[in-house]
Design a binder for this molecule. Structure first.
Ligand code: MLC
Ligand code: AMP
Length: 505
């Protein structure tokens, strides 16, 4: 049997026919049958543009229903979908195209010239555009090309997508996800969270990450429910739409913003059946405040780009604030000692490892990195510190990896430090995450200038502008004569975090 994930989606899309798939506030969108037909035309366009099975299709475009159709058409023809954060700068995109060697790069119409330059530099043979209104050369090609109603045969272990995640060394790694990885996780989540055809998901997340793309869209497709596509999170719009929605998925920043708003009431959320939070820790206070104001206990779950979703609070049963619940069906976990790698006793803190059909197959062209993090017995070392309580609920208590999560986006300090260190007059720098009321953690830099050099905060920020995506840029820059180090010479970031901890409070 064809194990292409799109085969499962197509079946659902045919069954759901005239039912809404994606709608927008502007009244545009697609019913399921229309979306299915559009994937045939886009599959024709991708083929005409030279994409063949196994080829990567890199995509950096604004959120629109057509972007999801492009994702589906890529799966349909056996391609590998490679979404890129819309905030990435030209330098960042250059790295991804050089590393992934896509057959096609789809960009925003206004970025065409730059995209062509990067494509030429990196050997990417084709560039097409897709605009926010479904405009651009890709959809024009779809109108011209011969539609394809076949679904390319794929094995469950074939790649469906590559998602880049930053690395501790400063070099981003492409997580290779298979049809099995995505399909098994979507099916598990539909069941775990009781998704059904009547559901209407309020979709305010970006669609270039696991959360907004796979969790939200794959689950919707598998359940045959519908989604309201919003360009971004905007509390005014969320309050207008909640009476017409049933589910919302968000990062903790969504919820911290909502609980501060007097419009959050039991009445406005009366039609909603589920609020999901993930991608970063939701504080127990936000969880409790949200429940007190609405009667809804937010369902917190835990996932990663490399693994999709692993742990979830129960749909039926207590959703415990400050915990990420239990393993999802088919997922195994163990909490291990940092040094020995052996499981620690219950209640003790260790490194969380995950195994299951959801776990990726490795990092694109990085066999050594893959071996370091994906063990021979199939367990993946998440780098998160966890402990399980006596009721079996797992708590994520910290990170063993040097990572900042700002508003649900991962920022690896090393990557930012490397750029800061290139600024003339900088001796060295350390980038840390500090408690931030809106973003959970605020990216912060501590810079040591060379002797006799005076630098200003603005100089450092101006230098980073255009080199790093906005969300990676520090919210504040401090200066110091030296960085605290231990006897091994390692920078003691804990000391820096202590020193500057009240910066955003
Ligand atoms: C925007 N800015 C951010 C930022 N988002 N800075 C730091 N961190 C962020 N996350 C910048 C803007 O460019 C702007 O800069 C300033 O901060 C204020 O912007 P804003 O208007 O307040 O931000 P907004 O557009 O409302 O965006 C905030 C947000 C958004 C939280 C809604 O970042 C978001 O949607 N995050 C979701 C990320 C996500 O989907 N993560 C899932 C990863 S998957 P200036 O200077 O121009 O004013 C994953 C696996 C899993 O982790 O488990 O799910
Ligand atoms: P990403 O690489 O963008 O997929 O981010 C994955 C990381 O997000 C995990 O390794 C965790 O550190 C973090 N994360 C995701 N969900 C949660 C959660 N519910 N609580 C705490 N951290 C989370």
């Amino acid at each position: 049997m064809n194990q292409n994930l799109f085969h499962t989606f197509a079946q659902r899309m045919r069954e759901r026919g005239d039912a809404d798939f994606i709608t927008t506030r502007q009244g545009t969108g697609y019913r399921y049958a229309e979306a299915l037909a559009a994937t045939e035309r886009l599959a024709g366009a991708l083929t005409a543009l030279g994409v063949t099975p196994g080829d990567r299709v890199a995509v950096q475009v604004d959120k629109s229903p057509e972007t999801i159709l492009l994702y589906l058409a890529t799966l349909r023809i056996g391609g590998v979908y490679l979404p890129l954060n819309t905030g990435y700068t030209g330098d960042e995109i250059h790295y991804f195209l050089a590393d992934a060697e896509p057959a096609l790069f789809v960009c925003r119409p206004e970025n065409l010239d730059t995209a062509r330059g990067i494509a030429a530099d990196t050997g990417c043979p084709q560039v097409a555009t897709l605009g926010i209104q479904g405009d651009g050369s890709l959809m024009e090609e779809a109108e011209r090309a011969t539609p394809r109603d076949d679904i390319v045969e794929r094995d469950a272990n074939d790649l469906a997508a590559i998602l880049y995640t930053s690395g501790t060394t400063g070099r981003s790694k492409g997580a290779m996800l298979t049809h099995r990885n995505l399909g098994s996780n979507a099916a598990t989540l539909v069941e775990a969270w009781h998704f059904n055809e009547q559901d209407r998901l309020i979709h305010a997340l970006p669609i270039f990450h696991t959360h907004g793309l796979f969790v939200a869209c794959n689950v919707t497709l598998m359940a045959g429910s519908s989604m309201l596509f919003l360009a971004k999170f905007d509390a005014d719009v969320i309050f207008e739409e909640m009476p017409h929605g049933t589910v919302m998925m968000g990062v903790p920043t969504f919820y911290t913003r909502l609980v501060q708003d007097p419009r959050l009431t039991p009445e406005v959320t009366a039609n909603m059946r589920l609020f999901v939070s993930g991608s970063a820790p939701l504080t127990a206070e936000t969880h409790q405040e949200f429940e007190a104001k609405t009667g809804h206990a937010i369902l917190e779950r835990y996932g990663m780009t490399e693994t999709n979703m692993n742990l979830s609070n129960p749909y039926d049963g207590a959703r415990r604030a400050g915990t990420v619940g239990m393993p999802l069906s088919g997922v195994e976990y163990r909490i291990t000692d940092r040094e020995s790698g052996e499981p620690v006793p219950e209640g003790e803190i260790g490194i969380l490892q995950i195994r299951g059909p959801n776990v990726f197959v490795g990092y694109w062209r990085m066999p050594e990195k893959t071996r370091e993090e994906l063990l021979e017995d199939g367990f993946f070392i998440t780098g998160d510190l966890a402990m399980v309580d006596e009721r079996g609920y797992i708590h994520i208590v910290g990170r063993d990896k040097d990572l900042v999560i700002s508003g649900g986006y991962n920022v690896y300090p090393k990557e930012v430090e490397q750029v800061i260190d290139e600024l003339e007059g900088v001796n060295e720098s350390a980038v840390i995450g500090l408690p931030h009321p809106d973003f959970g953690e605020g990216v912060t830099a501590v810079v040591v200038p060379q002797p006799g050099v005076t630098l200003s905060e603005q100089q450092v920020l101006d230098f980073l502008q255009g080199q790093l995506a906005k969300y990676k840029q520090p919210k504040r820059v401090f200066f110091a004569d030296s960085l605290p180090r231990n006897t091994m010479g390692k920078v003691q970031k804990n000391q820096l975090r202590d020193k500057y901890r009240d910066t955003y409070r």
